[in-house]
Design a binder for this molecule. Structure first.
Ligand code: SF4
Length: 360
């Protein structure tokens, strides 16, 4: 039973939250007898894959806000890094903007799952915006650590990708004392006022292996470096990478469903390639080049944390049409994480006409 995602459903009677993933799984996992009987071509469907708890929460927040307050609802940046999700929400009335100054004064704005810097919060206040914060709680954890280290006078090294929305937000917590590094090579050039008073944090969606190498380089350069109490790379990033590591050797090809700008999806491709299994990042089945399948008998399919299951279904259907008749789900570890909704959304749900108390 696949029970790690819940979606808001306005038409579900008492319904605030309903579990829809079990249904999705039934349609994508046909069991051992499905497909052409004679085929030896197979699909290994990795689990866990796709939506994480932070993404489910962020999408639910936009849907509930649209449902409760009505369109338009402004969203700063892509709510999650997936084109399909963004387009779907835009069709329902969400307006995606890059900057707060594109939101008319006094309107409602949602911050994306990747978080924002204090400067953005300040700008929203100046424009008298009604803010709903969809920042993933695991991103907030990193912000809190950055604030704590900065208050204690540490120089902060933030490991991550400079152009990513999450790094922009975390960096903004303590910009005067924070430096971003993206590789072990860059560590060599770091200069800090006191090498005995340095701390590091990481982006939540990095490659575990790459982050480990960078942290090792930091420890060699700054032997007294402090770090977070628990790893900043989130459970969803780690679980999806572990699943690829466990299954890539059984496959000739690994297809990762996700958008180009999705950090955790790109890392899944790298994990597979590092294990010498060919891998491609695909937005959906239309992005598959049929030549990739030449001579391939086993394709492993996974999805980044922001890619919806419907796109995985689409890829599986494409492969089935090309003779990959056996679809086997390979569960590498269970995943049962859920996050609560922010207070402003809980309040909105509770005051909606006909609403009954629900676990949020
Ligand atoms: Fe949160 Fe991790 Fe999902 Fe990002 S990938 S939204 S940090 S759970």
């Amino acid at each position: 039973m696949f029970r790690d995602g819940y979606h808001y459903s306005p038409g579900s009677g008492n319904g605030i939250l309903v579990d829809v993933t079990a249904t999705i799984l039934e349609t994508t996992t046909p069991g051992p007898t499905a497909g052409p009987a004679s085929t030896d071509k197979r699909v290994l469907l990795l689990k866990p894959r796709g939506f994480c708890a932070g993404v489910v929460r962020a999408i639910d927040i936009v849907k509930i806000a649209l449902d409760t307050f009505g369109a338009p609802i402004y969203v700063r940046k892509e709510i999650v890094h997936n084109r399909f999700v963004v387009n779907e929400l835009a069709e329902k009335g969400a307006i995606f903007v890059d900057d707060i100054d594109q939101v008319p004064s006094g309107m409602r704005v949602i911050y994306s799952a990747h978080g924002v810097s204090p400067a953005v919060r300040e700008q929203s206040k100046e424009r008298k915006l009604k803010v709903i914060d969809a920042t993933c709680p695991l991103v907030t954890k990193v912000h809190v650590e950055a604030i704590k280290f900065a208050k204690q006078g540490y120089s902060l090294i933030l490991i991550g990708h400079r152009d990513h929305d999450e790094i922009e937000g975390t960096l903004g917590e303590a910009p005067d004392v924070t430096q971003v590094v993206s590789s072990a090579e860059e560590v060599k050039a770091l200069q800090v006022p006191d090498p005995d008073h340095v701390a590091y944090l990481t982006q939540t969606t990095l490659s575990l292996d790459e982050a480990r190498d960078i942290i090792q380089a930091l420890k060699e350069k700054f032997p007294k470096i402090a770090g977070p109490h628990s790893q900043d790379i989130c459970y969803a990033t780690e679980n999806r990478q572990t699943a690829v590591k466990n299954v890539a050797h059984q496959a000739d090809l690994v297809l990762v469903v996700g958008s180009n700008n999705s950090s955790n999806s790109n890392r899944l491709v790298e994990v597979s390639q590092n294990l010498s299994t060919r891998s491609y990042l695909i937005e959906n089945s239309a992005a598959i080049d049929s030549v990739w399948l030449d001579g391939v008998s086993t394709v492993a399919v996974t999805a980044g944390a922001s890619a919806p299951e419907i796109l995985v279904e689409d890829v599986v259907a494409y492969l089935r049409d090309r003779g990959f008749g056996s679809v086997e789900e390979v569960e590498v570890m269970p995943e049962n994480v859920r996050f609560g909704l922010p207070p402003e959304i809980v309040q909105a749900i509770q005051s909606a006409p006909g609403a009954t108390p629900a676990t949020v």
